[in-house]
Design a protein around this ligand. Structure first.
Ligand code: FAD
Length: 456
């Protein structure tokens, strides 16, 4: 018999329940479809396409070591899977469960199309999450809207044991495949973009567990220390398994490991919210809000924010890191999101879109729901708090090293004024070159936000 293992956001060989199940068949087709639907949905940003190309090359290399290869097709995912299943006379297809509206519709369409041809679709959970959405629920709802009780239940869940990679994968002869994509043909990449692929992810993970995780609790919020795992793109593309990460971190014990596992639970938390409320990708989740400044009315402010030219050094540093690396530190994401949605009072969807255009880990659940959290429309229990980019900068970048790294105009400013360059005088001020004055007074931004929230 023949099975198809359809890869989506699970581009790995280790701890892959669907691949392991498919590899039990006499012949297996490891298939990836460059899905037209993803491009049509505006989700094919250059940074993620490049990382994806690395992942596919690496997946193919890993399969070849096991006697197989990756089959790549392009088009509508349902049509392509059905074609491959018909060509190889496969009786079943295995894929991972996923949470977005798009992923759920894809699964339904695929199930119907396969069943019409007498084939079965097996959907595996705990591939893209450690705990499946819906596995834990409160008494009165289909999902948790608050993280703390979710985390209590999440922590009490038994995690399945991680699986090893299959030893051999035997692909039927004659199945046609397109060429592997390559990042070199993709334009508009961030120059400091990370490398994708399971081998790279496992290297990063091993290094992180050996050297980084013990200091995570102390340093994860210190911007200049850059002491977080950087595993987010690997979790997004599934080159690493959240189940395996949770197991291996728990084995280490200690406050660093605990804090890290808690972040993995945040990831599952957002996924269970999106699974239950797919509309939260675009519509306000809890508090409806319709007074935002629009793309038209706030055009100049939005451009300054995107370009890292707001005159608030920490905001600008973080936005420039995003552009340069396709990645941003979590504290930077919190501050830049608060600044756009609250201080500039711009619709959070505009900021979320810009992040998705650049983030290599850009992820519907994590991005949209974290944006909603910061905009005060989501799951934050203090929706009206506004982060002050100056006091936060002094707390999380106390020496100014992060700002100096990313904003060269300020590289020579000594001491704490690096966070308030508008207070410099005379020659020191002139030395800033064309670094802008603040585009908004924080007090004015706060007043506008409060007026808006009060409905005035
Ligand atoms: P670590 O600190 O090492 O954390 C380990 C893992 O836990 C991360 O890789 C991630 O998978 C998960 N995690 C950490 N923080 C969060 C969080 N707040 N919510 C959910 N999961 C978390 N994360 C994305 O993966 N994709 C996004 O598109 C995304 N957009 C964001 C937008 C905004 C406005 C904000 C405030 C946060 C966003 N995050 C997003 C969450 C978080 O900032 C990143 O996951 C984290 O910075 C990635 O770096 P890391 O892998 O070094 O994280």
């Amino acid at each position: 018999n023949v099975s198809v293992a359809l890869f989506t956001a699970d581009l790995r060989l280790h701890d892959h329940p669907g691949l392991r199940a498919a590899a039990e068949a006499r012949r297996t087709v490891p298939l990836f479809v460059r899905d037209r639907g993803v491009t049509d949905a505006g989700f094919a940003a250059p940074n993620r396409l490049a990382f994806l190309a690395d992942c596919l090359r690496d997946l193919d290399a890993g399969l070849r070591e096991r006697g197989g290869r990756l089959v790549i097709r392009s088009g509508d995912v349902v049509d392509e899977v059905c074609k491959v299943a018909a060509e190889t006379d496969a009786d079943e297809v295995h894929m991972a469960a996923d949470v977005s509206d798009y992923a759920r519709r894809r699964e339904q369409r695929l199930r119907r199309a396969l069943e019409a041809e007498g084939r079965r679709l097996h959907v595996h959970d705990t591939v893209t999450t450690a705990v499946a959405p819906g596995a834990v629920t409160p008494a009165s709802s289909d999902h948790f809207a608050v993280f703390t009780p979710y985390f209590r239940h999440w922590s009490g869940q038994h995690l399945r044991a991680p699986l090893t990679a299959p030893r051999t994968v035997c692909v039927p002869e004659g199945v046609g495949s397109e060429e592997l994509p390559s990042r070199t043909s993709i334009v508009g990449l961030s120059p400091g973009l990370a490398t994708g692929g399971e081998a790279e992810g496992r290297k990063l993970l091993n290094r992180w567990l050996r050297n980084g995780i013990t200091e995570y609790e102390n340093l994860h919020d210190t911007l200049a220390a850059d002491a977080t795992s950087h595993l987010s793109p690997h979790l997004h593309f599934g080159t690493l398994s959240p189940v395996e990460l949770a197991h291996r971190a728990r084995q280490l014990d200690g406050p660093g490991a605990e804090a890290f596992v808690r972040q993995l639970a945040w990831r599952d938390f957002h996924r269970q919210v999106l699974a239950a409320r797919p509309s939260a990708a675009t519509a306000d989740y809890r508090t409806k809000h319709d007074r935002w400044r629009s793309a038209r009315t706030a055009r100049e402010d939005i451009a300054a924010w995107q370009e890292g030219r707001t005159g608030y050094p920490l905001i600008d540093a973080a936005m420039r890191q995003l552009r340069h690396e396709g990645w941003m530190h979590n504290r930077g994401r919190l501050l830049t999101a608060s600044f756009l949605a609250k201080t500039l009072y711009v619709d959070w969807r505009i900021g979320a879109r810009h992040f998705l255009d650049l983030l290599v880990d850009g992820d519907v659940a994590n991005n949209q729901l974290n944006w909603q959290w910061m905009a005060g429309t989501g799951t934050d229990s203090r929706p009206n708090r506004v982060l002050n980019p100056v006091t936060q900068a002094k707390r999380y970048d106390p020496d100014g090293a992060y700002v100096r790294r990313w904003v060269p105009e300020l590289a020579r400013v000594e001491g704490p004024l690096v966070h308030e360059p508008w207070k410099l005088r005379g020659l020191d001020r002139a030395a800033l070159g064309d670094y802008p004055d603040p585009i908004v007074e924080l007090a004015d931004g706060l007043a506008r936000f409060r007026r808006g929230r009060a409905g005035g």
